[in-house]
Design a protein around this ligand. Structure first.
Ligand SMILES: Cc1cc2nc3c(=O)[nH]c(=O)nc-3n(C[C@H](O)[C@H](O)[C@H](O)COP(=O)(O)OP(=O)(O)OC[C@H]3O[C@@H](n4cnc5c(N)ncnc54)[C@H](O)[C@@H]3O)c2cc1C
Length: 399
């Protein structure tokens, strides 16, 4: 990642500066955002509206699309098409923030759909190559391969010859994407998904790194630190990279499927692979940050998190060791529409920071939007972290 022509500004880092965080929003935009986050803060409302939205889309009830497109969609999504995203890319670039294009397709089932997703990813790579501030695109293997086959491989079950063929085709799609990305000098983040399909995704990611990360980091795998032993996996894959002379590309996240992971483990009667508590996840994530900073010369990494402490930790390590903040191996990333206080304050202080900008038709990005709405609702009735900062800025502006 990184941006070669970035000027290293020297502002002191304060991730709670709401003036910098929201300077791109007018008063009316800020009020609108506050209203949306207030609605999302209510878990009962979130549950009811996400259920209704799913039903409305399924039954093609008029205005469902319109309703979503005029509320939650513009907050978290760059647009329905790549072209729609240009405005967002330019806006972010004005605030020294990079864009990672993320086509919202996941959980596809038909071969023709997998091919269509690959073609869409090609277009995203071309768009990235023509934009100075879009260093990376992200892909989901479940948009390119059958979930069922991934699950069988993960469980060590034998594939039929048709399944084997289909899986080879899926690997070819990922390879085509990475090869095109290398050709055009664009990076590829391979997102992490559920643990019961993750092993083949990890294997494909390492295979791609062996092919394309010889000279620089093109391919990044994602490490979900809420899973036990992920730090060990990161370290052992770093060793593989060193032994085979390629750069490790690592995107670190905590993990988005905790409830699903736990309830499946309970249903099927195996121990949950998720860490016992939040503190254990946080520790493993932060140890991962330290490990990556320690080894930044051979690991190109991105801390993809909205956690203030983890972001501060990485920034502090970079400062204490007097590393180059703009080194292309040291990166931060947040999701579009969230944690502006982290993104824009990091950007203002001169670090490499990007927003994940998802795009796609409403029906494709619905699972993503539901995850965002759930993440921002509060079971305890407390104000969400996002709403708290927005509220502070409203008070600061006296509006
Ligand atoms: C740019 C970007 C890309 C992402 N890509 C992916 C991806 O490819 N795959 C993916 O799975 N997720 C992805 N995520 C989502 C991510 O995994 C988290 O769900 C989300 O960012 C919230 O975690 P956090 O670090 O931001 O913040 P925090 O609010 O500090 O952490 C919340 C997270 O902590 C963990 N947690 C919470 N409670 C517990 C508990 N009791 N026990 C154990 N762990 C707990 C969960 O993972 C939860 O999501 C991405 C996030 C970002 C910002």
């Amino acid at each position: 990642m990184g941006k070669n022509d970035k000027i290293d500004t020297k502002s002191k880092l304060d991730l709670e500066n709401t003036k910098i965080a929201f300077s791109y929003k007018s008063n009316s935009e800020l009020i609108k955002t506050a209203y949306l986050f207030k609605l999302m803060n209510n878990p009962t409302l979130v549950k009811a509206t996400t259920g209704l939205a799913m039903l409305g889309l399924k039954l093609k009830i008029p205005f469902t699309n319109f309703g979503i497109k005029n509320t939650i969609f513009p907050q978290f999504v760059g647009g329905e098409t790549l072209l729609d995203c240009q405005k967002t890319i330019d806006l972010l670039n004005n605030y020294d923030t990079l864009t990672i294009l993320d086509y919202g397709a996941e959980g596809k089932t038909k071969e023709s759909d997998f091919d269509a997703v690959m073609l869409e990813n090609f277009k995203a790579i071309e768009m990235a190559a023509s934009n100075n501030s879009v260093p990376v695109i992200s892909i989901k293997v479940t948009g390119l391969a059958s979930n069922e086959i991934l699950e069988k491989i993960n469980a060590g079950q034998k594939l039929t010859s048709a399944e084997e063929k289909a899986f080879e085709k899926s690997k070819e799609r990922v390879d085509n994407i990475c090869s095109k990305a290398e050709e055009l000098g664009v990076g590829v983040f391979i997102d992490a998904e559920e643990s019961w399909i993750q092993k083949p995704i990890d294997d494909i990611a390492i295979e791609m790194m062996k092919l394309y990360n010889k000279k620089k980091v093109i391919v990044y795998n994602t490490y979900q630190m809420y899973l036990q032993n992920k730090l060990d996996q990161l370290k052992s894959e770093h060793q593989i990279a060193l032994e085979n002379n390629f750069f490790l590309g690592a995107k670190m996240v905590r993990g988005a499927y905790m409830d699903k992971e736990r309830s499946r483990a309970e249903d099927k009667g195996y121990p949950s692979p998720v860490q016992p508590d939040k503190a254990a996840t946080d520790n493993q994530f932060d140890e991962g940050v330290v490990y990556c900073v320690d080894n930044y010369e051979t690991i190109g990494f991105c801390s993809a998190t909205h956690n203030i402490k983890s972001n501060l930790l990485q920034a502090q390590l970079v400062d204490e060791r007097a590393l180059d903040k703009t080194h292309s191996h040291i990166n931060f990333c947040q999701l579009y529409g969230m944690s502006d206080y982290i993104t824009f304050n990091l950007a203002d202080a001169g670090y490499n920071v990007a927003k994940y900008v998802p795009y796609g038709p409403v029906k494709e990005v619905i699972p993503y939007l539901i995850r965002r709405a759930e993440e921002n609702s509060s079971v305890t009735g407390e104000m969400s972290r996002e709403l708290n900062f927005i509220d502070q800025e409203i008070k600061r502006r006296k509006i």
